[in-house]
Design a protein around this ligand. Structure first.
Ligand SMILES: [Cu+2]
Length: 117
């Protein structure tokens, strides 16, 4: 009887470990966010901020397209939070407009339309 109990406890542990693994794999998501970034300085700024942001696994900004690809853990963060972080840096993120103050503090070349000034 004791053996049976031990066995079922082991079985339970194995089942729950597998569940955790499944959830972890499932929670990894990728999104592409359209931003108002202009140049390589923006790229550095955004990717650095993403690297320090909770729940972000990796990010890469395509400067030419101004598109940021973000790999994140969906149980740690959401696309809304990620867009908000980008807005707080001074850039538009999809339909979330840039935080005005942060945008105005960016170097001229990094402000909207900066590279065409
Ligand atoms: Cu820039």
């Amino acid at each position: 009887m004791k053996t049976l109990k031990t066995l079922s406890i082991i079985a339970l542990i194995i089942i729950s470990t597998n569940n955790i693994k499944a959830q972890t794999t499932k929670s990894k998501e990728t999104i592409v966010i359209k931003t108002s970034t202009e140049c390589n300085m923006c790229k550095e700024r955004v990717e650095k901020e993403m690297a320090y942001t909770k729940g972000i696994i990796s990010s890469s900004l395509n400067v030419e397209k101004a598109e940021l690809t973000v790999v994140y853990k969906s149980h740690k963060t959401t696309p809304e939070k990620i867009r908000k972080t980008i807005s707080d840096l001074g850039y538009d993120a999809d339909d979330v407009k840039a935080n005005k103050k942060a945008h105005n503090e960016l170097p001229n070349c990094c402000q909207k339309g900066g590279m065409s000034h």
